[in-house]
Design a protein around this ligand. Structure first.
Ligand code: SAM
Length: 323
């Protein structure tokens, strides 16, 4: 059996080279150090840091472009074709990350904005209350994008709006988690945001990578959702604390807590197959396989096109192969 967790107290770039082979990773979700003296930032904003895990390793601003190029190149190498990369960034050094991405084959699909509560309070300029989340894919195969993983086609939100459409808008309003009196990492990402990325862009059993684990929030949510995780954290104390926190997570435990999706996201679920639909499905499946799609990738595509779940499609395809 493949291990659920591979966590290393190492530099992300040399660690990735040493431990991850080409194309091994399905999804990278990462939040690199800011390059803005983030290790001392709280002094400027008079924040209390007594519950923040010490040992945050910052990257000097002058090295940020070089640093970004080095880890982005590794990200490109370790992603499988069709794999996804999500990078969280503030605005200060965003251009270095965008430039580094532009030097690779990775395609920028969405430039998402994460809008959070409690921005940094300022009076002489606007209050900063968002981060950038860059969603890229590696060309070569159809990326995993589970359109109906959170809301079905006919789900409504409290105001009667189309929940699926609203969930897929590119501005995400998600509150930071308030953890009074509990140890956490600087800028720990909210579980809600991590769950959203992981559900849309990976499947249970997939390998998720976080090159900069920090408080291990991505690692905990990935394992909680039944994914495997590989990741790196340079700080000894953050690593020790993070590894300890992984003991609180049972693999797959978050899957049981997910709210049910109306119609399971599949508009034709439970509807009887007509001979015509069956024939159309088999013809389209053959066409996708000829095009070079894998069996799994083809069924994912067909699931969207035919409005039916994975196993319903698999049954028809396998029954035909046996006949
Ligand atoms: C912004 S934080 C990640 C926060 C994380 N997303 C969370 O929710 O807790 C970036 C982390 O990268 C670590 N780091 C800095 N340079 C690194 C490197 N070269 N390799 C691995 N980790 C590094 C820092 O110590 C810090 O914990």
């Amino acid at each position: 059996m493949k291990p659920m967790t591979l966590l290393f107290n190492e530099d992300a770039v040399t660690g990735a080279r040493r431990h991850i082979s080409d194309g091994a990773v399905d999804l990278i979700l990462t939040d690199p150090p800011y390059g803005i003296a983030g290790d001392t930032l709280h002094r400027h904003y008079h924040r209390k840091e007594e519950f923040v895990v010490d040992g945050y390793v910052e990257v000097p601003q002058a090295q940020y472009a070089h640093f970004s190029r080095a880890w982005v190149r590794q990200a490109e190498r370790i992603l499988r074709p069709g794999g996804s990369l999500y990078v969280m960034s503030g605005y200060s050094n965003l251009r270095d990350i965008l430039n580094a991405l532009a030097e690779t084959e990775l395609a920028l699909v969405n430039h998402l904005i994460w809008k959070y509560n409690f921005g940094v309070y300022t009076t002489n300029k606007y209050v900063s209350s968002h981060y950038h989340l860059l969603y890229c894919v590696k060309p070569g195969r159809r990326p995993t994008f589970n359109t109906y993983c959170r809301f079905g086609p006919s789900d409504k939100n409290a105001d009667g709006g189309a929940a699926n459409y609203l969930d897929r808008e590119d501005v995400w309003i998600i509150n930071r988690e308030y953890k009074p009196g509990r140890r956490k990492n600087k800028n720990e990402l909210p579980t809600e945001l991590l769950k959203k990325v992981i559900l849309y862009s990976s499947n249970p059993g997939d390998l998720v990578c976080d090159l900069f684990l920090g408080g291990f929030s991505t690692a905990r949510v990935a394992v909680g959702l039944g994914r495997r995780i590989v990741g790196f954290e340079l700080s000894k104390s953050a690593f020790r604390h993070g590894v300890q926190s992984m003991k609180e997570v049972a693999p797959g435990s978050l899957l049981r807590l997910l709210p049910p999706v109306a119609e399971n996201g599949h508009a034709n679920r439970g509807r009887r197959w007509t001979p015509e639909e069956r024939a159309r499905l088999l013809a389209r499946y053959a066409e996708l396989r000829r095009r070079g799609e894998t069996k799994r990738g083809s069924i994912d595509i067909l699931s969207e096109e035919f409005g039916r779940g994975y196993f319903a499609l698999l049954n028809v395809i396998d029954a035909h192969a046996r006949s």
